[in-house]
Write a protein that binds this ligand. Structure first.
Ligand SMILES: C[S@@+](CC[C@H](N)C(=O)[O-])C[C@H]1O[C@@H](n2cnc3c(N)ncnc32)[C@H](O)[C@@H]1O
Length: 314
């Protein structure tokens, strides 16, 4: 992985000795690389699932499913007994853009093929789905719905009673300050309230990590490292994230190139078919010509044609 990062010109991970905030899972490559602004956070998501080992994961806002399937993949690879739920209207919003039913269909396809044993998709508005969860049951919550301040506060407050006494909440887009994004305001309030158990990654539009309750040791160490040397923690995950993004870019280029080859092959096939049809028509025309010139009538009228030719030449 470190060699891979260098080969892509992205530099090595800063830490030469093992550090508490990077583990084996941080180096995994996500399997389901669907379009998303979340690619760069997959390494941390893998690490977090390993560190927290939650019994229940809920995501508010899944769109194409990238962040959700990153968590599902970690659950599966680690052999955890985690129940996962993705909640989304799957109609889009003003920031993500509005989209068609094909998105929900493709997310369903991946879910059914890979994770249906422990994962369910809930097509609903967040506030309508909240009663499907027991109070105090969610150990990992990802909030990535609409991104205005009021929306983020509403989503957090609506699901707060559902959080277990020990839980982690991750917020996407905490480092976005334009286009009306206001998650950073909620994030600033949470940092003030929980100074010892909040940490923010600034790459990939920002990912805020909030720990609540009596956290497992890897998370206690993570927040301690985040307080002691935030730049080192950020730099490592920014580099790991950049590798995922670069890989996603290469995969996209590869699939675009493959699509171009298939398009050209289809066009060439159509041209070849047309050429074959033209050859058949040409052969038919030749056959007809031979048929006419070989015919008895043609031969019998030959003297007459010669007379006409001679008369024309005079
Ligand atoms: C930024 S996208 C999620 C991105 C996703 N986490 C990823 O990995 O790329 C936000 C999603 O939240 C959904 N959404 C926004 N507000 C919602 C609400 N109140 N109820 C249900 N879905 C909502 C939208 O349909 C959209 O698909």
């Amino acid at each position: 992985m470190m060699r891979g990062a260098s080969a892509l010109g992205l530099g090595d991970i800063t830490t030469e000795t093992p550090v508490s905030w990077v583990g084996k899972a941080s180096y995994w490559s996500p399997t389901h690389v669907v379009p998303s602004a979340w690619h760069e956070h997959a390494p941390f998501a893998f690490w977090l699932v390993d560190a927290l080992r939650p019994s229940t994961f809920v995501e508010l806002g899944s769109h194409n499913g990238f962040s959700y399937f990153a968590v599902c993949e970690a659950v599966q690879r680690l052999g955890l007994d985690t129940s996962c739920s993705a909640i989304d209207s799957w109609e889009g919003d003003e920031h993500a853009g509005f989209y068609g039913d094909d998105v929900y269909r493709s997310v369903t396809e991946i879910n059914e093929a890979s994770y249906s044993g422990f994962s369910r998709l809930i097509r609903s508005y967040f506030s309508d789905a909240v009663d499907q969860f027991e109070d105090g049951s969610i150990e990992l919550l990802h909030i990535d719905g609409r991104h205005r301040y009021e929306d983020a506060v509403e989503d957090f407050e609506t699901y707060r009673p559902k959080l277990a006494a020990t839980a982690v909440v991750i917020f996407h887009d905490t480092f976005e300050f334009e286009r009306g994004f206001g998650v950073h305001r909620l994030w600033a309030e949470l940092c003030e309230r929980y100074p010892d158990s909040t940490f923010q990654f600034e790459h990939g539009h920002g990912l805020g990590v909030l720990g609540l309750g009596d956290l497992p040791q890897p998370l206690v160490d993570f927040f301690a490292a985040g307080r002691a040397d935030p730049d080192a923690v950020r730099a490592d995950y920014a580099r790991l994230g950049a590798v995922v993004t670069a890989r996603a870019g290469l995969m996209q280029e590869r699939s675009d190139a493959l699509a171009a080859v298939e398009r050209q092959e289809a066009e060439l096939g159509a041209v070849r078919l047309h050429a074959t049809q033209l050859e058949i028509e040409l052969q038919r025309a030749r056959d007809r010509f031979t048929e006419v010139t070989d015919s008895t009538v043609w031969r019998a009228t030959s003297p007459l044609r010669r007379l006409v030719d001679r008369a024309r030449r005079r």
